[in-house]
Design a protein around this ligand. Structure first.
Ligand code: ZN
Length: 514
């Protein structure tokens, strides 16, 4: 049983007589029950016929029916048919408000088309979201119908706001979500990471919007990346501004009935990013963290990033990735200990569900390289990534270095270094990074140092420092740009021959059992 409030009768009549489809009539009569929109066309036509007290059986499509003479003297009106009724030879009249969206694009054929598209795209998903892009002129047509409806309601001394109308997108979802859901075998969920997006266009009526640009010039500014200035946003803004009279002069009621329905220009599948985190060790002094390319020429054959992501990309079947880490080491610096936390965003992955064992296998594959090792490899949430960067500046880092001194040294010359605690440095931006970082002075702390004598020109230095300390510069002084430095403290010229990161004190990602 169809429930429409009596007060909306004039709206239904005026829309039906102008070439609006039954479902759009429901929308403008503020029918908020999704089930009503899913009724087969024939049933809906009968119910609406009863409501409007139209004599006889109304059967679609495009059958001329006699409407009772209302206030406006309606005369003959057409009840446009839906595509559901393929049995009829006569093509259904395309709705002048939804341009066929609630007619042809709710059909089982269309849903099958979506299903095949999803299937051939080869995604793994547990639910879906169905974003729909509609042509902007639908807004103009909707506005036109709303003004008519509003006029009718005013005759009854009633308000009728645009927000009272059931949105086309809403009604469309009510009809099509259950159908897609059944085909795909999963639920529609508004926050789903798996998107099946449909883009509609209707070239025949594209010009509907154009008069708005002459009336509301400043709403339509050319924007980058947009093919047309008539974006939905601009049209909404213009419709909000334009005076009713101006609108009706430029866009008289009723809107034209199109010959063909909206066309689907694209059905696109996309899966939200998956994030994988872990910690890596780097054992090579000729391996940069990220690809090292200068003027299009590779300087090193591989990188930590590539060694890890090659395997991930293959398993997750993603389109692209973004690599990030808790700090970075120079190409000639090894990262030892428990390694450096990293995270990789896999963009548009086709595979998203990996078992604990799958992840272990993946980790093993990466670890077949002798240059790096990863541990604690796991899928994490986007939000959890923040932990990796959290307090990056306040954390401590531990290093070990081989230091060379010009002046011959004995074991006794090193002892005082072991006693220096919380040594404050001022470091000007190092010469070697000046080309990519602004010149600045900053202070850093060397918390503790420990030494191991090697020979009269070499010793090993263990350092615990504030994160972000330039260790190489602390060793050689960077032409006096870091003060104090090992050279100045030991009253000689010093240099650093080897550097290893011993630990990065970030407790993320969580350690996993081996
Ligand atoms: Zn319609």
């Amino acid at each position: 049983m169809l429930v429409i409030e009596e007060k909306y009768k004039p709206i239904a009549e005026i829309l039906l007589s102008s070439g609006t489809c039954l479902r759009c009539v429901l929308r403008f009569c503020c029918v908020g029950s999704p089930a009503t929109y899913r009724l087969p066309h024939k049933e809906l036509a009968e119910e609406l016929g009863k409501f409007l007290a139209i004599d006889g059986d109304i059967s679609p499509p495009s059958k001329k029916v006699r409407l009772e003479d209302g206030e406006g003297g309606m005369g003959e009106a057409q009840i446009p048919g839906d595509a559901d009724d393929n049995s009829a030879a006569e093509a259904p009249q395309i709705c002048n408000l939804c341009l066929g969206i609630l007619q042809q694009h709710c059909s089982t054929e269309f849903v099958k088309k979506i299903f095949h598209k999803v299937q051939s795209a080869g995604y793994e998903f547990q639910d879906f979201v169905f974003p729909v892009s509609l042509p902007a002129q639908l807004l103009v047509r909707e506005h036109s119908a709303w003004l008519q409806a509003q006029q009718e309601m005013r005759k009854q001394n009633r308000q009728f706001e645009k927000a009272d109308i059931i949105q086309l997108k809403e009604a469309y979802k009510w009809i099509i979500h259950p159908m897609i859901s059944e085909e795909l075998g999963v639920q529609a969920v508004s926050k789903s990471l798996f998107e099946v997006g449909v883009v509609f266009c209707h070239h025949d009526t594209d010009e509907d919007c154009h008069f708005l640009a002459t009336v509301c010039k400043d709403c339509f500014k050319p924007t980058k990346n947009k093919q047309s200035i008539y974006t939905r946003m601009a049209v909404v803004k213009a419709l909000d501004k334009i005076k009713d009279d101006d609108f009706c002069n430029h866009f008289p009621w009723p809107p034209s009935s199109p010959q063909i329905a909206c066309q689907v220009i694209d059905i696109q599948c996309n899966h939200g990013s998956v994030f994988v985190a872990g910690r890596y060790n780097k054992y090579s002094r000729t391996l940069p963290q990220t690809p090292w390319v200068i003027d299009g020429e590779r300087k090193m054959e591989s990188s930590v990033e590539e060694l890890i992501t090659e395997q991930l990309m293959a398993v997750f079947k993603a389109d692209s990735f973004n690599f990030s880490s808790s700090g970075r080491e120079d190409v000639d610096v090894r990262t030892l200990g428990r390694g450096r936390p990293f995270a990789i965003e896999l963009v548009n992955p086709h595979k998203v569900q990996l078992s604990v064992q799958d992840m272990k296998d993946l980790q093993q594959k990466i670890n077949n390289s002798d240059k790096i090792k990863v541990r604690d490899l796991q899928i994490v949430s986007r939000e959890a990534l923040a932990h990796m960067k959290e307090g990056e500046e306040e954390k401590t880092k531990c290093y070990s270095a081989i230091i060379w001194t010009e002046r011959p040294i004995g074991k006794k010359d090193l002892e005082f270094l072991n006693d220096l605690k919380e040594l404050k440095l001022i470091q000007k931006t190092p010469l070697r990074v000046l080309h990519r970082r602004p010149l600045a002075s900053r202070s850093r702390i060397i918390h503790t140092m420990k030494t191991e004598y090697v020979d009269e020109h070499h010793f090993r230095l263990y350092l615990k420092t504030q994160a972000g300390t330039y260790i190489k510069e602390f060793a050689h002084g960077d032409f006096g740009r870091t003060v104090p430095n090992i050279g100045s403290i030991m009253k000689t010229t010093a240099d650093i021959l080897e550097l290893d990161v011993e630990s990065v004190d970030v407790d993320w990602p969580p350690a996993l059992e081996d």
